[in-house]
Design a protein around this ligand. Structure first.
Ligand code: TTP
Ligand code: MG
Length: 393
């Protein structure tokens, strides 16, 4: 029989802590917290020993210290984690072309079609776990199921250092006893509303008539119930190969006359686009600039510098050059819309040129890691800060 449980969700265990323990083995077995130690710091992640005291990601550090006064607190060191994150994603890509990275330490892959080369999904999952242990020195947990939703819950249930397969047909039974919060997409608010209805487990949720859920949650009601039954779209979207460009654009409420603010907007867009490229493990050959002058005159300019572009700085530099020239041509008139796009997308295959510093990549990965977790606003360049109003003396 064809095995339809071919979706793997792979997630590294206590990733930042695991990386710190690699170089501080004497801390193994102790409660360890990674996060900025200052008064406004929050917990990035905690070792399983610290989690036993109730310490959780995103908790204020002060609270974590109250709960677990004996914990060793280490500041995050993204340049140490980034190469491991890259190695992790590279291992996954060697088992299937259908890999969808989710964050620095997490991805889905579909191994349908990999069987002839690498074995059953369970064998592939075991091989991936072993390679992560041997080549990076840390542990990963894997969930296997017929769809992403159930694979994700399975990997969470397998943690730490575990492997769990949910056979096709057993999705609903597997989910039923778990608290509703274990279901991806059920956040604190939804869980609160559900608790008010007396719904605690995913099984409770699956048993509620759709009409009741629709009354409470509108269109999402039906979806919620399907998910509680373990029914979800099957596939893994590999780094969106169909998309031929990635872009960002911004329309100003008032036509923007300030070159500083226009450049700052471009820089922000370059960073967003670079993030998308990194997530998709792709590079750009061409940068496209779009400008609109009121009321409707829209121009685009592009440049193909003859090398792969990966990082925000590279995209920005190219776009800023286009901007200066095009803006000059238009008598430096105020701009209604500005946009930056990456085109000519290719698989990333970058080798450092001789003498080239790897630092921008490490920095970029670190910024990406922060944003994955805390949102776009967590870290910004000084140049992105709002410029003072133009009319101030
Ligand atoms: P997670 O995979 O969510 O957590 P984890 O790997 O630490 O632990 P688990 O075994 O439960 O998977 O996140 C991966 C890394 O991302 C984590 O090690 C640190 C970072 N992170 C933050 O910086 N802030 C956060 O709020 C979260 C959740 C993670
Ligand atoms: Mg993890």
């Amino acid at each position: 029989m064809v095995d339809t449980a071919t979706v793997l969700h792979v997630d590294l265990d206590a990733f930042f802590v695991a990386m710190e323990l690699l170089r501080r083995p004497e801390l193994r077995g102790r409660p360890v917290i990674v996060g900025y130690p200052g008064p406004r710091g929050v917990v990035s992640t905690a070792s399983y020993e610290a989690r036993r005291y109730g310490v959780r990601s995103a908790m204020p550090m002060a609270r974590a210290r109250e709960l677990c006064p004996g914990a060793v607190v280490l500041p995050p060191d993204f340049s140490w984690y980034a190469p491991a994150s890259r190695a992790f994603h590279a291992i996954l890509r060697s088992y299937s072309p259908a890999v969808e990275p989710v964050s620095v330490d997490e991805a889905y892959l579909d191994v349908a079609g990999s069987e002839r080369l690498f074995g059953t999904p369970i064998e592939i999952a075991a091989a991936i776990r072993e390679r992560i242990r041997a080549e990076i020195g840390i542990t990963a947990s894997v969930g296997i199921a017929a769809n992403r939703l159930v694979a994700k819950v399975a990997s969470d249930a397998a943690k730490p250092d575990g492997l769990l397969r949910v056979p096709p047909g057993e999705e609903a039974a597997f989910l039923a006893p778990r608290p509703v919060r274990d279901l991806p997409g059920v956040g604190r608010r939804t869980a609160g509303v559900l608790a008010g209805l007396g719904i605690a487990t995913i099984g409770d949720l699956a048993a509620v008539p759709e009409s009741v859920l629709e009354a409470k949650f509108g269109r999402h009601g039906a979806d919620l119930r399907r998910r509680a039954l373990g029914i979800a779209p099957g596939g893994v979207a590999p780094a969106q190969p169909g998309r031929r460009s990635i872009s960002r654009e911004h329309t100003f409420e008032r036509d923007e006359p300030s070159p500083e603010r226009l450049r700052a907007t471009l820089l922000r867009q370059a960073e967003r686009v670079a993030d998308d490229l990194a997530r998709q493990q792709r590079a750009a050959r061409t940068v496209v600039l779009k400008l609109r002058f009121p009321p409707f005159e829209t121009i685009t300019r592009s440049v193909t510098p003859g090398r792969q572009l990966l990082f925000a700085d590279e995209l920005y530099e190219a776009a800023a050059g286009l901007f200066e020239a095009a803006w000059e041509e238009h008598s430096r008139r105020p701009v209604r819309l500005i946009g930056l796009g990456a085109a000519g997308l290719i698989e990333r295959a970058r080798q450092l040129a001789l003498g080239e510093s790897p630092a921008p990549g490490a920095l970029h990965d670190a910024v990406l890691a922060l944003r994955e977790r805390y949102g776009e606003a967590v870290i910004r360049r000084a140049a992105e800060l709002p410029a003072p109003p133009a009319d101030r003396p």
